[in-house]
Design a protein around this ligand. Structure first.
Ligand code: GTP
Ligand code: MG
Length: 309
């Protein structure tokens, strides 16, 4: 996909816990067994218990059962191969790419949102590093004026990564910072502006309106902005993450998901449930706490890494 090198080793490491619990159990349930109705039922129960979700499970199991009854699948290995193939096919290629501003000379604006503590700021550092590695110039906007220390946290990352930050007053209007940052990105001619925002819940009306205002002020300067609204979801939060994707998707015009903290969870299957519950593509996964710990979400390598022996 051009942007971001895919380091399979890192991804495998990040998915270690998911592989050990979820995928290894499915493997050992299926490998070396004859397929029968009881085994299919057992697989169904296991998939539902995991974060794959009820809908995806039903669809996958119906496919396996139909094949079994038609005599096309007779072994557990057949079901496993089917499962992997179907899972990999759930994500169309095109919508996983980061969208850039196509107007020459204008920056791409990426707005990053999500609830408290999911990894927004860290994920911004990761995106920033990956974009810089691709030779792009990056500017950061510190629109989290709410939490004490938030600006400083972003500045520390910025110093390490060699980029600049546009900031405002602690407690000031985040939309004013977004406006200044967009103006600065335009006048400095940077390629990408990434806006950090304070954590918020979709139920907090004033904060959701504030997000809308941030979007609107960037569009005042650059009519096509923001080009991406990335929702950061914490993979360790399981089904809660699905609700956040649904709610933010409706309220914040989310264009992509950054799924963080995959390394800390056995719940990597959550990507499947997110896909089933929303049309929002997962674009990136976070697999650790350093700026290098980011991967483009690639279903092929993701599912392979998840199910590897
Ligand atoms: N293991 C692991 N930890 C992560 C990952 N991403 C973020 N973190 C950690 O999660 C914690 C919160 O990260 P932040 O980036 O501050 O989260 P935030 O969403 O900006 O938080 P607020 O601004 O307070 O809402 C930090 O300790 C990060 O190091 C990840 O992919 N893996
Ligand atoms: Mg933050």
């Amino acid at each position: 996909m051009g942007l971001f090198k895919s380091a399979i080793g890192k991804l495998k490491q990040g998915l270690e816990r998911t592989r050990e619990s979820f995928a290894a159990q499915i493997r050992s349930m299926l490998v070396g067994k004859n397929l029968d109705e009881a085994l299919i039922k057992e697989l169904e129960a296991r998939l539902i218990q995991s974060d794959v979700g009820v809908h995806a499970t039903r669809r996958l199991i119906e496919g396996i059962r139909a094949d079994y009854r038609a005599g096309k699948q007779t072994r557990g290995e057949h079901a496993l191969a089917y499962l992997k193939r179907e899972l990999k096919a759930m994500w169309p290629e095109a919508d996983r790419r980061l969208k850039f501003n196509e107007t020459p000379g204008e920056p791409t604006v990426i707005l990053v949102t999500g609830i408290n503590g999911v990894g927004k700021t860290t994920s911004i550092a990761k995106l920033c590093k990956a974009l810089r590695d691709e030779g792009k110039t990056v500017l950061l906007g510190a629109c989290d004026t709410f939490r004490a220390g938030a600006v400083r946290q972003l500045e520390i990352w910025a110093d390490r990564l060699g980029v600049e930050v546009v900031k405002g007053q602690q407690g000031g209007d985040p939309a004013a910072v977004a406006f200044d940052a967009t103006a600065a990105a335009l006048s400095r001619g940077v390629d990408v502006l990434i806006l950090d925002t304070a954590g918020r819940l979709h139920t907090q009306d004033p904060l959701m309106r504030q997000l809308e205002k941030i979007r609107a002020v960037t569009a005042k300067k650059i009519p096509t902005a923001p080009h991406e609204v990335l929702l950061v979801l914490d993979a360790t939060s399981g089904q809660n993450a699905i609700r956040q994707a649904e709610e933010f998707g409706k309220a914040a015009g989310v264009t992509g998901i950054f799924l963080s903290k995959l390394d800390g969870t056995a719940r990597g299957g959550i990507v499947i449930a997110v896909r089933e519950a929303t049309d929002i593509p997962v674009k990136f996964v976070g697999v650790g706490e350093t700026p290098d710990d980011v991967q483009p979400f690639d279903p092929e390598s993701f599912i392979e890494a998840m199910f590897e022996e």
